[in-house]
Design a protein around this ligand. Structure first.
Ligand SMILES: [Zn+2]
Ligand SMILES: [Zn+2]
Length: 88
């Protein structure tokens, strides 16, 4: 997914890097459940992501941070990790 309106992008979302983070509770690897917007979309299946961005503008867009939702399938721990976007 390329961002045409910006010259920065998240290296994880664009497939340049994979997110490796371990769970502080049990030490297992976190699953990257993707950009946090995806969760909002899951709860509102009839709205597009673009509509959600307009309705709920995230300051992270301005800061060029991509919020990733990390989830541990072993113990259920979860965390939002902000990934710095890079110049494309
Ligand atoms: Zn991302
Ligand atoms: Zn865990």
């Amino acid at each position: 997914m390329m961002m045409t309106q910006s010259n920065t992008g998240c290296p994880i979302c664009n497939g340049f890097e994979s997110l490796c983070a371990s769970c502080p509770q049990c030490g297992d690897w976190y699953d990257d459940r993707g950009r946090y917007f995806d969760d909002f979309a899951a709860y509102s299946p009839y709205d597009s992501i673009d509509e959600l961005k307009q309705a709920q503008p995230f300051s992270m867009n301005y800061l060029h941070l991509c919020p990733h939702h990390l989830y541990c399938s072993q113990c259920g721990s979860e965390e939002i990790r902000y990934i710095h976007e890079i110049y494309m």
